[in-house]
Write a protein that binds this ligand. Sequence first.
Ligand code: RB5
Length: 152
Amino acid sequence: MADGESLVLAIGADHGGVGLKSLLAGEARALGHEVLDCGTASEASVDYPDFAHAVAAAVLDGRARFGVLVCGSGIGMSIAANRHHGIRCALVHDATSARLCRAHNDANVLALGARLTGEEVAREALRIFLATPYEGGRHDRRLAKLAPPVTV
Ligand code: RB5
């Protein structure tokens, strides 16, 4: 995306990720983006797929350009989001994976694990995810092969 372009981000978390979600929502707003908060709003125990599905729906129906999902490990959120055709959710632990998932995989949802990834790394991952364009080219052919039905 163009430098300085304002985007809508759908953001969701379970109880394990709600604190990091707030921090990342603040970071996104500070970067000039709009946040569509899909919950959860407290540390009361909830089920991560509910929030992954809400964020995936917002990306797929065009309410949001990108999604951000946070749970304890990021694993459950990424599995749940990737059950949606058209969602390419990347579980990211560092700046390099944040860059590559956009440049090579055209990821449209970023998943983070609040119990595994520090706040500053998560913040940096979000900034890089949002700033990195998809490279296209040879990667288009590979993304086309992700469309169902997948045959091997
Ligand atoms: C919740 O305890 C935890 O299982 C969840 O946040 C996530 O890590 C699942 O993948």
